[in-house]
Design a protein around this ligand. Structure first.
Ligand SMILES: [Ca+2]
Ligand SMILES: [Ca+2]
Ligand SMILES: [Ca+2]
Length: 347
């Protein structure tokens, strides 16, 4: 009832939203041309011929009216790494736009915004997650010797380059009168405003809170129960979640992994590994979530150490957990292992 009211009331908005995305798309097609390609909605040039230091790489990208890529989303890293493998560009490491700021030493993107640290973007070598204690390594690269996870390199190193072309998306929003508003959050906000006297309080942002209640919490729009008290095998963990009308979490987005790991760290729940809903028990090597959909392989969700990337357990290890011994990256474990678990309530 409320849902249909919501849809009818927001129909106008969707038209507006579609018009905007068409505009953006046309603009993007006009400008995101060879050698730039569209990867996850961004206009990128993965240049594996050039080899230069980080400053020269920025200047190189500026020659294309761009800059080194602002790789500010784990989902974007997943798509870039897929592109690198698909196109056979795996013989080089690549500069991206992050570097240690002169004053604070914190890693920032070219626009000054902070680089998100930790899992899943930053790689692990010798059991140390990067950046480790390497004061002279102040520029960020995708490291070919560690499955293209982020690593800090000496800025003088000569490696390849990923440029991002800055088409005028921000200006376009400004023209539309939405200069400071981006993403779906805007539409939720606007929809709630539009509903107004039509019961906006119930139909707006409170809907999710009503159903995603303790011990479940909203993490990146998903309703999850990070249970670090229980310790049980994978099947028992599924049964446990079923008792809450849920199942083990379908952790199908790298961005969601980033937010879960942040939650685990913030809440001090780092002493356990956690079962999630992936397994290859039905067919060795075919990893699926509990709903039958495929588990995305590779960087940045599956852990790596320079030599190997998980899963490496063959037929001995058929269930996926977030490994507390490896910064909560995905790892395959024997399904009989007793560990903690993350349930998801499907709303
Ligand atoms: Ca390093
Ligand atoms: Ca297996
Ligand atoms: Ca393993």
């Amino acid at each position: 009832m409320k849902l249909s009211l919501f849809l009818v009331s927001t129909a106008g908005l969707w038209v507006a939203a579609n018009a905007n995305s068409v505009n953006n798309k046309q603009t993007k097609n006009d400008v995101c041309t060879h050698p730039f390609v569209d990867i996850n909605g961004r206009c990128l040039f993965v240049n594996n011929f050039a080899q230069m230091d980080w400053d020269a790489a920025r200047a190189f990208c500026a020659g294309f009216q761009g800059d080194l890529v602002t790789l500010d989303e784990a989902n974007l890293l997943a798509d870039i790494v897929d592109f690198i493998y698909k196109e056979g560009l795996t013989d080089r490491s690549y500069w991206i736009g992050g570097s240690a700021g002169a004053q604070t030493g914190a890693f920032v993107w070219p626009d000054g915004s902070l680089v998100r640290m930790g899992t899943p973007c930053w790689g692990v070598l010798d059991n140390i997650q990067r950046p480790g204690a390497e004061p002279n390594e102040k520029c960020i690269a995708l490291n070919k010797d560690n499955f293209f996870f982020f690593d800090n390199f000496n800025c003088e190193g000569e490696i390849s380059v990923i440029c991002e072309y800055k088409f005028q998306r921000e200006n376009r929003w400004a023209e539309g009168g939405c200069a400071t508003m981006k993403s779906s959050a805007v539409f939720v906000f606007l929809a709630a405003a539009l509903l107004g006297s039509d019961g906006a309080t119930e139909a707006g942002s409170h809907v999710k809170t009503d159903v995603c209640t303790h011990p479940f919490v909203d993490i990146n729009g998903r309703c999850l129960f990070v249970n670090n008290f229980a310790q049980m095998d994978w099947d028992a963990a599924r049964d446990f979640c079923a008792g809450f009308q849920g199942d083990l979490v379908t952790l199908d987005e790298a961005n969601l992994l980033a937010d879960i790991v942040e939650f685990i760290s913030k809440e001090g729940l780092t002493e356990r590994s956690y079962w999630i809903g992936g397994s290859d028990r039905a067919l060795e090597g075919e990893w699926t979530w509990t709903d039958g959909s495929s588990v995305r392989m590779g960087t940045p969700t599956w852990g790596a150490n320079g030599q190997n990337q998980q899963p490496t357990g063959g037929s001995e290890e058929n269930c996926v957990g977030l490994d507390n011994a490896n910064f909560f990256f995905f790892n395959d474990f024997p399904c009989v292992t007793a560990m903690s678990l993350i349930c998801e309530l499907k709303l």
